[in-house]
Design a protein around this ligand. Structure first.
Ligand SMILES: Cc1ncc(COP(=O)(O)O)c(C=O)c1O
Length: 368
């Protein structure tokens, strides 16, 4: 195992976060664990298997290809494909008993054809656009579209759903979306309903409906900061010091010579760079933990290495651990903090951790 730069994923934290989600959701509500984009960087198959072993009712992925990997690893849990499927993907979706998202009559016809070829009935969830303007049928047309699809022989719409745009920032907008969704859904009482992502559920448990679709909160980064104490980050990102050098006042560091030493400093080279998914925008902005202390990044982040001021840390040497996200001693760096330094959101920090970085799994029930 390459131990220069790695990620540790904590199954106990995933378990804890799922329990928090279940506590917040209304009773009897199912949980769809959203595991798209490599389970938000945590590793698609191990994390999905773990959630399946914990008894989630659904898994949510973005693409048929992600669902194929889950079925290959033996997961039988129902899987919703959250993005629109291409016509050519629907046969595979039917064959693997996946649930595609439909937004239109055209897609429903494609699905009908794929189901007919295999002499099966395909299940789907129908999405209603109540303000996101991305997937989903425009709300004014949804009722007619659902009724039209109901006439197809081999497509069965089991559930209706929508997606909140701003549940973390705009309660009025969220309530408006919810009301529109409820009005349409009320005309189809036989169909299940779901709407809430992490922010929606944490903002108001009445948005639970029949199923909730949390992603980021399950990984321990709830989008409403007041909820942070209740959740445990599941991912720690670590690296190692590879060289330590005393540098005199006046020298410059890294590409572009953007940092000039105002006084002599001890500089550590740490084995991580943008080739691992560590943002270049952290240049001269971010910090890492070494020896239990926060050490600032000096100069530009390069492809494989960063330079860190370790002047305050005694006896730093090659091989010492550097924590990019996670805890060391009493100090910690949260993904949301890295995101703020880089001018982005924790979702992007997590999903950006590259394929060169091996993931190790701790306290994983399904791995043993
Ligand atoms: C349709 C849908 N539902 C749920 C989620 C999960 O969202 P979050 O990670 O904010 O909980 C996503 C993620 O983007 C999504 O696209």
């Amino acid at each position: 195992m390459n131990t220069r730069c790695w990620v540790e994923v904590d199954g106990a934290a995933l378990n804890h976060n799922l329990a928090e989600i279940r506590r917040q959701a209304s009773s009897g509500c199912g949980v769809m664990a959203v595991v798209k984009a490599n389970a938000y960087g945590h590793g698609l198959q191990p994390v999905a298997k773990e959630f399946a072993a914990m008894g989630v009712e659904w898994l949510g992925v973005a693409q048929v290809e992600e669902a194929v990997q889950l079925r290959k690893s033996g997961i039988r849990t129902p899987i919703l494909i959250l993005s629109a499927c291409l016509k050519g993907e629907l046969e595979e979706a039917v064959r693997l008993k996946l649930t595609p998202t439909l937004s239109s009559w055209t897609e429903a016809q494609w699905l009908e054809k794929a189901a007919r070829t295999q002499r099966k009935t395909a299940q789907a969830h129908f999405k209603i656009d109540t303000g996101m303007g991305r997937l989903g049928c425009r709300f004014e047309e949804a009722e007619a579209e659902i009724a039209r699809i109901a006439r197809l022989k081999r497509v069965r719409i089991d559930a209706l759903f929508t997606h909140f745009t701003s549940a973390d920032t705009d309660p009025d907008m969220t309530r408006r979306q919810w009301r529109l969704f409820q009005e349409i859904a009320a005309r189809f009482p036989d169909k299940k309903r779901h709407a809430a992502n992490s922010a929606g559920l944490l903002a108001d448990r009445r948005f639970s409906a029949d199923v909730v679709r949390p992603g980021i909160a399950l990984y321990g980064c709830p989008p409403l900061p007041q909820w942070q104490p209740r959740f445990r980050p599941a991912l720690a990102w670590k690296s190692r010091v590879t060289l330590v050098k005393r540098m005199p006042k006046g020298r410059t560091l890294s590409y572009g010579a953007t940092y000039r030493l105002p006084f002599a400093q001890t500089i550590a080279v740490v084995a991580v760079g943008y080739g691992d998914g560590y943002f270049r925008s952290l240049s001269n902005r971010g910090s890492v933990l070494i020896g239990g202390l926060r050490c600032p990044i000096r100069g530009r982040v390069t492809m494989d290495q960063i330079l860190v001021d370790v002047s305050r840390v005694p006896d730093v040497k090659s091989g010492d651990e550097a924590v990019l996200i996670g805890k060391q001693g009493k100090a910690k760096i949260h993904a949301a903090e890295v995101a703020a330094w880089a001018g982005t959101i924790s979702y992007e920090v997590l999903t950006n951790v590259g394929s060169r970085v091996p993931r190790c799994y701790r306290h994983f029930f399904s791995i043993g």
